[in-house]
Ligand binder design. Structure first.
Ligand SMILES: Nc1ncnc2c1ncn2[C@@H]1O[C@H](COP(=O)(O)OP(=O)(O)OP(=O)(O)O)[C@@H](O)[C@H]1O
Ligand SMILES: [Mg+2]
Length: 265
């Protein structure tokens, strides 16, 4: 099981949209996926129709009062499970920091699941703040996937999250975490501004940037309001098509790094 944190400390850049649509596209392609909603806002959970009650998030597991197994719910998509989020997760910012080794607590909790071989990928939808939840996700992750919005403010955010990744890797907290990729979101090809931002990011990060940009599309907000993934709501639309292509590119990257046994895909 490869753990991918979908993170950017900047808000509203498409983390949750990517978590929902990449996980459903990967599951549709045959990968066994677990989506961990680590954002107390719970947007990924509700967008997939899994609004959680108190006690159903990872919170009690992280503070050592419960076990992981009972938190995993099957979604209506074959191959896709979810651990939903609930407001209680926000309590980690206060409770968890009191625990010893709190930064690696999430990693410890996920290790037995990794060993079972039940899932190929665990995608973590991170909250937009630089708190303990996001840091824990980076400390537990094998790879970091950074969605950035195609605008100039997005570039500043990108520099910051790349710095955070480097700090986690070099401080010894998680030396093996890699930059899995950068995904440009809310792309509008009609504006020179959008194209210039994409070009600049490609110049700086080369092949780390996914070849497909996610276009701006009204179907994204609509699908979320109907609690549907894009591949259900508007399967042939431009945003669903782009996420399918990103899932293909994601799988190709994993196979080329031999991270996942080909037989399970
Ligand atoms: N490709 C897109 N086209 C149009 N709207 C989009 C697109 N991607 C995301 N959005 C919209 O932008 C808003 C923010 O997206 P999303 O919730 O995925 O970002 P986020 O990074 O998870 O935000 P937060 O930091 O608050 O967790 C949402 O209203 C979503 O519907
Ligand atoms: Mg979000």
């Amino acid at each position: 099981m490869k753990i991918i944190a979908i993170a950017n400390q900047k808000g509203g850049v498409g983390k949750t949209t990517t978590a929902i649509n990449l996980s459903t596209c990967l599951a549709k392609a045959g990968a066994r996926v677990l989506l961990l909603d680590l954002d107390p806002q719970g947007n990924a959970s509700s967008a997939l129709g899994h609004r959680a009650g108190e006690g159903q998030s990872l919170y009690r597991v992280l503070i050592g009062h419960d076990t992981l197994a009972g938190k995993i719910q099957q979604t209506r998509f074959p191959n896709l499970s979810i651990i939903p989020a609930q407001m209680e997760l926000a309590g980690c910012e206060v409770e968890l920091v009191r625990a010893e080794n709190h930064l690696i607590r999430l990693r410890e909790v996920l290790t037995p699941l990794k060993d079972t071989g039940r899932f190929d990928f665990l995608l973590i939808d991170c909250p937009p703040s630089l708190g303990i939840l996001m840091t824990s996700a980076l400390a537990a992750a094998d790879g970091l996937l950074i969605p950035i919005q195609c605008e100039y403010f997005g570039l500043e955010g990108l520099a910051r999250i790349v710095d955070i990744h480097d700090q986690i890797a070099t401080s010894g907290i998680n030396p093996s975490v890699t930059l899995e990729g950068i995904l440009m979101t809310m792309y509008d090809g009609r504006t020179g501004h959008c194209r210039a931002v994409v070009e600049e990011v490609r110049r700086a990060f080369g092949d780390l940037v996914y070849p497909v940009c996610i276009p701006r599309s009204i179907a994204v907000a609509e699908s979320q309001s109907f609690e549907k993934a894009l591949i259900e709501y508007d399967p042939n639309g431009k945003a669903a098509t782009a996420y399918r292509q990103v899932a293909e590119a994601f799988l190709a990257r994993q196979l080329s790094s031999d991270a996942v046994p080909a037989a399970s895909l």
